[in-house]
Write a protein that binds this ligand. Sequence first.
Ligand code: AHR
Length: 668
Amino acid sequence: MKKTVFTLFALCVMLMTVHAATPQRLVVDAAAKGHPIANTMYGLFFEDINYAADGGLYAELVKNRSFDFDHPTLGWRLFGNVELCNDGPFERNPNYMRLRYSGHRDIHTGLENEGFFGIALKAGDEYRFSLWARSHGEAEQTLSLNIVSDDYTLENTVIKHIPVRITSSEWRKYEVVFTVPATIRDGRLRLILEQPDPKQYSTTTGVDVEHISLFPVDTYRGEKNGLRKDLAEALAALKPGIFRFPGGCIIEGTTLETRYQWKNSVGPVENRPVNQNRWHYTFRHRLFPDYYQSYGLGFYEFFCFAEQIGAKPLPVVSCGLACQFQNDKTAHCSMEELQTYIDDALDLIEFANGDPTTTWGKVRAEMGHPEPFNLKYLGIGNEQWGEEFIVRFEPFLQAVREKHPEIQVVGTSGPSASGERFDYLWQEMHRLEVDLVDEHYYAPETFFTENADRYDKYPRTGPKVFAGEYACHGANGKKFNHFNASLLEAAFMTGLERNADIVRMATFAPLLAHAEGWQWRPDLIWFDNLRMMRSTSYYVQQLYATNRGTRSLPITLNGVAAIGKEGQNGLYASAVMDEKAGCYIVKVANLAEEAQPIEIDFEGLKRNVRFAPTAERITLSADDPMAENTLDNPTRIVPRSEWIPSNGNSITTTLTGRSFTVLKINLQ
Ligand code: AHR
């Protein structure tokens, strides 16, 4: 009896070993023509949600710098004799503060700004303070600029003190560059009107101040009015081919009045009227009444950034519908009013591409970019639905087509990835022959395992697909940005790549989130005022984008596409050829817990083609599927690169359990 049990056990172990040792055979059809992969395939979708712009990518450190929020003192503490005035030098941001002597020796007049969740400054780094000011009563006045910290461990909580001489009774801009001796994360900017001898001065003497600003000097590419360097560099490192902006729901606005109007976001920053950010009140459990849009990061800056990072710009404009989730049909523009929205879109094309002699081309040129931005794509509407959308979209589309046939128009399939609204919209998009349709899916794990073949079933004619917003949301809403979600995204994305003939663009969403001010998660990059963390989804996006290839090739497992079906043991794969670099790239997500040996054969290779002796294997894996990168441990899970031997015309390797692997096979 004992002997039989032992023999059975030994047999099982042997069988398991044989199973584990038998590699799964993936076959790349190297002779196939394949599908060209658009260079817009992987990109960025930027929306000012989670303090992504003000308080995030836009490097301004002062909140409500021009006192034009609905509550003009939001973000500020006032001391002494301060009065709000509204006939300032900037027509579209008319508010400013009047600082006057208090008339008392011991009462000082001043202002203090709290920044975005505090003002963080780094020891030794340079900062540029600026303000617009004019003196009143005496030709010269002095403002004392103080950087204050709450950190009682510092020798002095006022870590910097700089006098700023206001020398004119006319509005002028003053600028001071300084460094701080200590790193602080919770700082405030305090401005005090110096009053040497109160008897000499009347309470009508003082300084008027407006547009009070503080930027790091070391912004992305060192630009003034620039971007936070670490965040911008992380975005650039994703090597995006497309850059969609400025949203998302903020395009629509909570109401039409608060929609994103691109014309308000260009020209001198001082004169860009602030707008509410619709995310401040969207979620009852995450209210941020101080969340506004200064538009310091506006359309000109978006176009410049797209150009700098090598991405094609894809601006999206309002189609006259206020957020449909939050409004009924009465909130939308009338058909008579629609022309204004259409004109805004046509003007935007002129702003981007027009000659500097045109009205809007001139604005662009005056801002510093006489050359066109080469705009090729335009999104009309965000997550719209129903007939109320189509009746507006159709004339909108016609007007753009008529005046700018060179522009490819991106329509929408609404907020969900299936259902009645979705089907109706796709049907309409086909009828109207739009160029691309934007699809959104924030979906649970099962969606990503079950939809790797989603686009295999799409018609091959008609509009192309822009997977404009997607992310795997942990089941039961409990877990965010954990490794397993990223792995499922990687598995799903093999289907985007396999269907590169119709999927032309794909962007994860949302992009950025301030750890202290988020409204939506998961997000690709998290940050606080001093630190930044790339999520594991970031690395998946980066691995796809930096290994995009130029042509997608069929790859099969047991004769069918590798999409984790029966017998495929959780393997999802795609293959591309990079004709420029002269290499094949195979991406495989292994959703099985165990390690799996695989053999990749390339059928139909030309006789003289040999692989280089070693191939690069890049693996993204985690010891725990629920693990994540955090601001405290940002590099817990990062891709690892190794070199493995090639067999001349095939590759054998073992995939780590629960991993995403990219194999780069150079030709000799
Ligand atoms: O990305 C967050 C939001 O999700 C976007 O604003 C909107 O388009 C979608 O509902």
